[in-house]
Design a protein around this ligand. Structure first.
Ligand code: ZN
Length: 150
């Protein structure tokens, strides 16, 4: 497990340094802002929907390493998925990060999201890790008002 932890930290730092899909999308079909006032994380999410398929997704803004890398990993997982699949991924992610710190991680279903399991030990960080996801789900749900974790 110790080896995994070092690997996970490396993945988070790498995504923070070089976030994927980190750009504005002028022709987005929907966009929505998300805030985490507790930490100061503030992102805007952009999606291009084709029916119920997320054809493209990107984000802009600023935040801590956890929030930024979580948004980055999320965009890589969501692209090409249906809204329903995105919701299922979030359910898996949310269950993992809100589980007790000593609960085993189902790495098979969590996949690349498993790198964020460490936030379970730092409750204030859970909001950082889930901010982009909450924003995405509201966006896919057609909501127009900005998302706040407070
Ligand atoms: Zn944060």
């Amino acid at each position: 497990m110790a080896g995994n932890r070092a690997l996970y930290e490396q993945v988070i730092l790498e995504h923070n340094k070089k976030p994927r899909n980190f750009r504005e999308m002028p022709d987005a079909t929907r966009k929505l802002e998300g805030f985490n006032p507790l930490c100061g994380d503030h992102f805007t999410l952009f999606v291009k929907l084709n029916g119920d398929v997320v054809e493209d997704v990107s984000f802009s803004g600023a935040g801590c390493a956890i929030s930024k890398s979580s948004a980055s990993v999320m965009t890589t997982l969501i692209k090409g998925k249906t809204i329903k699949e995105a919701e299922q991924l979030f359910a898996t992610f949310h269950k993992m990060v809100t589980a007790p710190p000593d609960a085993p991680i189902d790495e098979e279903s969590a996949g690349r999201l498993a790198v964020f399991a460490g936030v379970r030990e730092f409750p204030v960080r859970i909001k950082c890790a889930t901010l982009a996801w909450h924003t995405l789900l509201s966006l896919l749900d057609g909501k127009a008002s900005p998302v706040s974790t407070e």
